[in-house]
Design a protein around this ligand. Structure first.
Ligand SMILES: *Cc1c(COP(=O)(O)O)cnc(C)c1O
Length: 231
Protein backbone atom coordinates (compact mmCIF):
# COMPACT_ATOMS: atom_id res chain seq x y z
CA UNK A 1 0.00 0.00 0.00
CA UNK A 2 1.42 3.41 -0.93
CA UNK A 3 1.36 6.14 1.69
CA UNK A 4 -1.34 7.90 -0.28
CA UNK A 5 -3.65 4.90 -0.28
CA UNK A 6 -3.17 4.85 3.47
CA UNK A 7 -4.20 8.51 3.70
CA UNK A 8 -7.21 8.16 1.42
CA UNK A 9 -8.29 4.99 3.17
CA UNK A 10 -9.30 7.18 6.11
CA UNK A 11 -10.98 9.83 3.94
CA UNK A 12 -14.76 9.61 3.60
CA UNK A 13 -15.83 11.47 0.43
CA UNK A 14 -19.54 11.12 1.23
CA UNK A 15 -19.09 12.67 4.66
CA UNK A 16 -16.92 15.43 3.20
CA UNK A 17 -19.52 16.26 0.56
CA UNK A 18 -22.25 16.48 3.21
CA UNK A 19 -20.11 18.82 5.33
CA UNK A 20 -19.29 21.00 2.33
CA UNK A 21 -22.99 21.35 1.50
CA UNK A 22 -23.69 22.38 5.09
CA UNK A 23 -20.90 24.95 4.98
CA UNK A 24 -22.27 26.40 1.74
CA UNK A 25 -25.72 26.82 3.30
CA UNK A 26 -24.24 28.49 6.37
CA UNK A 27 -22.05 30.76 4.23
CA UNK A 28 -25.02 31.93 2.16
CA UNK A 29 -27.02 32.64 5.31
CA UNK A 30 -24.07 34.52 6.84
CA UNK A 31 -23.80 36.68 3.71
CA UNK A 32 -27.53 37.40 3.82
CA UNK A 33 -28.06 35.52 0.55
CA UNK A 34 -31.04 33.24 -0.12
CA UNK A 35 -30.24 29.52 0.14
CA UNK A 36 -29.86 28.03 -3.32
CA UNK A 37 -28.37 24.88 -4.73
CA UNK A 38 -24.74 25.14 -5.77
CA UNK A 39 -23.30 22.22 -7.72
CA UNK A 40 -20.21 20.57 -6.33
CA UNK A 41 -17.92 19.31 -9.08
CA UNK A 42 -15.92 16.66 -7.19
CA UNK A 43 -12.46 16.91 -8.74
CA UNK A 44 -11.19 13.35 -9.00
CA UNK A 45 -8.00 13.95 -11.02
CA UNK A 46 -5.15 11.61 -10.02
CA UNK A 47 -7.49 9.60 -7.78
CA UNK A 48 -8.22 5.94 -8.42
CA UNK A 49 -11.56 4.38 -9.22
CA UNK A 50 -11.46 2.90 -5.69
CA UNK A 51 -11.19 6.35 -4.12
CA UNK A 52 -13.93 7.81 -6.34
CA UNK A 53 -16.45 4.99 -5.88
CA UNK A 54 -17.68 5.84 -2.34
CA UNK A 55 -18.80 9.27 -3.59
CA UNK A 56 -20.84 7.58 -6.33
CA UNK A 57 -22.31 5.07 -3.89
CA UNK A 58 -23.39 8.00 -1.70
CA UNK A 59 -25.29 9.42 -4.69
CA UNK A 60 -22.88 12.08 -5.94
CA UNK A 61 -22.90 12.36 -9.73
CA UNK A 62 -20.88 15.43 -10.80
CA UNK A 63 -17.12 15.04 -11.21
CA UNK A 64 -14.22 16.94 -12.71
CA UNK A 65 -11.07 15.68 -14.42
CA UNK A 66 -8.25 17.78 -15.85
CA UNK A 67 -6.81 15.34 -18.39
CA UNK A 68 -8.73 13.75 -21.25
CA UNK A 69 -6.66 10.59 -21.36
CA UNK A 70 -6.74 9.97 -17.63
CA UNK A 71 -10.53 10.43 -17.60
CA UNK A 72 -10.94 8.01 -20.52
CA UNK A 73 -8.92 5.41 -18.64
CA UNK A 74 -10.90 5.68 -15.40
CA UNK A 75 -14.50 6.58 -16.14
CA UNK A 76 -15.89 4.00 -18.61
CA UNK A 77 -16.09 1.31 -15.92
CA UNK A 78 -17.72 3.73 -13.46
CA UNK A 79 -20.18 4.95 -16.09
CA UNK A 80 -21.09 1.32 -16.76
CA UNK A 81 -21.97 0.80 -13.10
CA UNK A 82 -23.52 4.14 -12.11
CA UNK A 83 -26.04 6.03 -14.24
CA UNK A 84 -26.40 9.78 -14.79
CA UNK A 85 -22.76 10.74 -14.22
CA UNK A 86 -21.86 14.26 -15.37
CA UNK A 87 -18.17 14.73 -16.17
CA UNK A 88 -16.58 18.18 -16.41
CA UNK A 89 -13.29 18.78 -18.21
CA UNK A 90 -11.47 21.39 -16.12
CA UNK A 91 -7.93 21.19 -17.52
CA UNK A 92 -6.30 22.77 -20.58
CA UNK A 93 -7.27 21.27 -23.89
CA UNK A 94 -5.06 20.63 -26.93
CA UNK A 95 -6.80 20.75 -30.30
CA UNK A 96 -5.72 17.17 -31.09
CA UNK A 97 -7.82 16.10 -28.05
CA UNK A 98 -10.93 18.04 -29.12
CA UNK A 99 -12.52 14.95 -30.64
CA UNK A 100 -12.11 12.85 -27.47
CA UNK A 101 -13.15 15.77 -25.27
CA UNK A 102 -16.43 16.29 -27.13
CA UNK A 103 -17.11 12.56 -27.24
CA UNK A 104 -16.35 11.92 -23.58
CA UNK A 105 -17.25 14.97 -21.47
CA UNK A 106 -20.65 16.42 -20.61
CA UNK A 107 -19.24 19.85 -19.77
CA UNK A 108 -16.06 21.47 -21.13
CA UNK A 109 -15.02 24.37 -18.87
CA UNK A 110 -11.78 25.31 -20.58
CA UNK A 111 -12.46 26.97 -23.93
CA UNK A 112 -9.49 29.34 -23.73
CA UNK A 113 -8.47 30.37 -27.27
CA UNK A 114 -9.81 30.65 -30.81
CA UNK A 115 -8.05 27.55 -32.02
CA UNK A 116 -9.77 25.43 -29.35
CA UNK A 117 -13.15 27.09 -29.95
CA UNK A 118 -12.85 26.23 -33.64
CA UNK A 119 -11.72 22.64 -33.01
CA UNK A 120 -14.57 22.06 -30.52
CA UNK A 121 -17.10 23.57 -32.95
CA UNK A 122 -15.89 21.24 -35.73
CA UNK A 123 -16.24 18.21 -33.47
CA UNK A 124 -19.72 19.20 -32.28
CA UNK A 125 -20.81 19.36 -35.93
CA UNK A 126 -19.07 16.13 -36.87
CA UNK A 127 -20.26 14.10 -33.86
CA UNK A 128 -23.70 15.68 -33.46
CA UNK A 129 -23.02 15.82 -29.72
CA UNK A 130 -23.31 19.02 -27.69
CA UNK A 131 -21.41 19.24 -24.40
CA UNK A 132 -22.16 22.29 -22.28
CA UNK A 133 -19.43 24.89 -22.72
CA UNK A 134 -17.67 27.43 -20.53
CA UNK A 135 -14.88 29.87 -21.35
CA UNK A 136 -11.88 29.93 -19.03
CA UNK A 137 -10.94 33.47 -18.00
CA UNK A 138 -7.40 34.32 -16.87
CA UNK A 139 -8.95 36.45 -14.17
CA UNK A 140 -5.69 37.64 -12.59
CA UNK A 141 -3.94 38.08 -15.97
CA UNK A 142 -1.14 35.75 -14.87
CA UNK A 143 1.37 34.82 -17.59
CA UNK A 144 1.58 31.17 -16.47
CA UNK A 145 -2.20 30.61 -16.54
CA UNK A 146 -4.32 29.89 -19.55
CA UNK A 147 -7.58 31.66 -20.24
CA UNK A 148 -8.93 34.76 -21.94
CA UNK A 149 -7.94 38.09 -20.30
CA UNK A 150 -10.96 39.77 -18.64
CA UNK A 151 -10.88 42.72 -21.05
CA UNK A 152 -11.13 40.40 -24.06
CA UNK A 153 -13.80 38.12 -22.63
CA UNK A 154 -16.88 39.90 -24.06
CA UNK A 155 -15.40 39.90 -27.58
CA UNK A 156 -14.27 36.27 -27.30
CA UNK A 157 -17.72 35.09 -26.20
CA UNK A 158 -19.24 37.02 -29.10
CA UNK A 159 -16.89 35.44 -31.60
CA UNK A 160 -17.56 31.96 -30.17
CA UNK A 161 -21.27 32.58 -30.70
CA UNK A 162 -21.16 34.42 -34.04
CA UNK A 163 -18.27 32.77 -35.87
CA UNK A 164 -18.34 29.25 -34.45
CA UNK A 165 -21.98 28.94 -33.41
CA UNK A 166 -20.88 27.76 -29.95
CA UNK A 167 -23.53 28.13 -27.23
CA UNK A 168 -21.27 29.35 -24.42
CA UNK A 169 -23.17 29.00 -21.12
CA UNK A 170 -20.68 30.18 -18.55
CA UNK A 171 -17.23 31.19 -17.36
CA UNK A 172 -14.67 29.55 -15.11
CA UNK A 173 -11.59 30.94 -13.39
CA UNK A 174 -8.73 30.09 -11.05
CA UNK A 175 -7.75 33.25 -9.14
CA UNK A 176 -4.10 34.03 -8.31
CA UNK A 177 -2.92 31.85 -5.43
CA UNK A 178 -1.26 34.75 -3.62
CA UNK A 179 -4.22 37.18 -3.43
CA UNK A 180 -7.57 37.16 -1.62
CA UNK A 181 -9.98 35.65 -4.17
CA UNK A 182 -13.07 37.83 -3.59
CA UNK A 183 -12.33 40.65 -6.10
CA UNK A 184 -11.55 38.07 -8.81
CA UNK A 185 -14.72 36.11 -8.11
CA UNK A 186 -16.76 39.31 -8.18
CA UNK A 187 -15.23 40.20 -11.55
CA UNK A 188 -16.01 36.75 -13.00
CA UNK A 189 -19.61 37.02 -11.81
CA UNK A 190 -19.90 40.46 -13.42
CA UNK A 191 -18.54 39.14 -16.73
CA UNK A 192 -21.15 36.36 -16.58
CA UNK A 193 -23.94 38.82 -15.86
CA UNK A 194 -22.81 41.22 -18.60
CA UNK A 195 -22.91 38.38 -21.14
CA UNK A 196 -26.12 36.71 -19.97
CA UNK A 197 -24.29 33.56 -18.83
CA UNK A 198 -25.68 31.49 -15.99
CA UNK A 199 -22.93 28.95 -15.27
CA UNK A 200 -20.34 30.46 -12.91
CA UNK A 201 -17.51 28.04 -12.06
CA UNK A 202 -15.33 29.48 -9.31
CA UNK A 203 -14.09 28.25 -5.94
CA UNK A 204 -11.91 25.28 -4.96
CA UNK A 205 -11.11 23.60 -1.62
CA UNK A 206 -9.44 26.71 -0.15
CA UNK A 207 -11.99 29.29 -1.23
CA UNK A 208 -15.29 27.64 -2.14
CA UNK A 209 -17.18 29.38 0.65
CA UNK A 210 -16.28 32.76 -0.84
CA UNK A 211 -17.08 31.51 -4.33
CA UNK A 212 -20.56 30.45 -3.19
CA UNK A 213 -21.17 33.79 -1.45
CA UNK A 214 -20.21 35.69 -4.61
CA UNK A 215 -22.52 33.79 -6.93
CA UNK A 216 -20.80 30.57 -8.05
CA UNK A 217 -23.13 27.98 -9.53
CA UNK A 218 -20.32 25.39 -9.69
CA UNK A 219 -17.58 24.80 -7.11
CA UNK A 220 -14.67 22.59 -8.20
CA UNK A 221 -13.55 20.80 -5.05
CA UNK A 222 -10.84 18.13 -5.08
CA UNK A 223 -8.81 17.61 -1.91
CA UNK A 224 -11.72 18.78 0.25
CA UNK A 225 -13.70 15.77 -1.02
CA UNK A 226 -11.11 13.06 -1.68
CA UNK A 227 -8.18 14.07 0.52
CA UNK A 228 -4.64 14.74 -0.70
CA UNK A 229 -3.87 13.77 -4.29
CA UNK A 230 -1.36 11.01 -5.06
CA UNK A 231 1.89 12.55 -6.27
C1 LIG B 1 -7.27 20.46 -9.28
C2 LIG B 1 -8.23 21.50 -9.64
C3 LIG B 1 -9.27 21.86 -8.76
C4 LIG B 1 -9.45 21.27 -7.38
O1 LIG B 1 -8.44 21.71 -6.51
P1 LIG B 1 -8.54 21.47 -4.91
O2 LIG B 1 -7.67 22.53 -4.35
O3 LIG B 1 -8.02 20.10 -4.67
O4 LIG B 1 -9.95 21.63 -4.51
C5 LIG B 1 -10.17 22.82 -9.19
N1 LIG B 1 -10.07 23.40 -10.40
C6 LIG B 1 -9.09 23.07 -11.27
C7 LIG B 1 -9.04 23.74 -12.61
C8 LIG B 1 -8.14 22.12 -10.92
O5 LIG B 1 -7.17 21.81 -11.80
Amino acid sequence: MSSNEAINGSVNPAENLAKIKEKISEALKEAGKPDRSVEIVAVSKKHSVQTIEPALRAGHRIFGENRVQEAMAKWPELRARFSDITLHLIGPLQSNKASDAVAFFDVIETIDRRKIAKAIANEIDRQGKQPRLLVQVNIGEEPQKSGIPPKETDAFIKSCRDEFNLPIEGLMCIPPASDPPAPYFALLKKLCDDNGLNMVSMGMTQDYVIGAQLGATHLRIGSGVFGPRPT
